[in-house]
Design a protein around this ligand. Structure first.
Ligand code: RTP
Ligand code: MG
Length: 140
C-alpha cells in the first residue's frame, strides 16, 4: 500500500499541559511517522484562514480564540492510510463520544479543547500541509 500524508495540529490545550510528547506516543504507536514538525503561535489571521470552512458555524469565533490562546505544534504525518489512521487514533470530536484508547478520550478536555486536529480527507491534507509547510521542510 502506498504511503499517504496527513496534517496534524497539537492544539493549545495540549501544549499548555506539556503533553505534546504523550500525544506523539499515540501517533507513533499507530505506525505514523512525523516527517515535518514545528511549534508556532498562530496569528488570528492564520487561524481564521485555516478554519475558513467553519466560518458560518456558531463555534467559529470561540474556536479561533482557542487556537490562538497558546502555542501549537503543526506536523506532517506519513504512513499507510495516514488520513484515516490518524482520524481513528484521534477519536470523535467530542471526547465524551470518543472510543477507548484514542487521544481525545484519554487526553482531551472538551469538544473545543480536544487536543488535536487531523485532516479529514487526502485533498484537504494536501491543502493544509501547503498552508504551513514548504516542500523542502518535509523529510520523508
Ligand atoms: P479537527 O478539524 O480539529 O480535526 O476536528 P474535527 O474534524 O473532529 O471537528 P470539526 O467539526 O472539523 O470542528 C473543528 C474544531 O472545532 C471545534 N469545535 N467546537 N463548540 C463546538 O460545538 C465545537 N464543535 C467543534 C473543535 O476544536 C473541533 O476539533
Ligand atoms: Mg475537521
Amino acid at each position: 500500500m502506498a504511503l499517504e500524508r496527513t496534517f496534524s495540529i497539537i492544539k493549545p490545550d495540549a501544549t499548555r499541559r506539556n503533553i505534546t510528547g504523550k500525544v506523539l506516543s499515540y501517533i507513533e504507536a499507530a505506525g505514523l511517522r512525523v516527517v515535518a514538525q514545528k511549534r508556532l503561535h498562530l496569528t488570528k489571521e492564520q487561524a481564521e484562514g485555516f478554519y475558513a470552512v467553519h466560518k458560518e458555524r456558531p463555534f467559529f469565533n470561540d474556536l479561533v480564540a482557542f487556537m490562538i490562546s497558546g502555542p501549537v505544534v503543526v506536523q506532517v504525518l506519513e504512513g499507510e492510510n495516514a488520513v484515516a489512521t490518524y482520524r481513528e487514533v484521534m477519536g470523535a470530536t467530542n471526547p465524551a463520544n470518543a472510543a477507548e484508547g484514542t487521544i481525545r478520550k484519554d487526553l482531551a478536555e472538551s469538544i473545543e479543547a480536544n487536543s488535536v486536529h487531523g485532516s479529514d480527507a487526502p485533498e484537504t491534507a494536501a491543502q493544509e500541509i501547503a498552508y504551513f509547510f514548504k516542500d523542502e521542510e518535509i523529510v520523508g
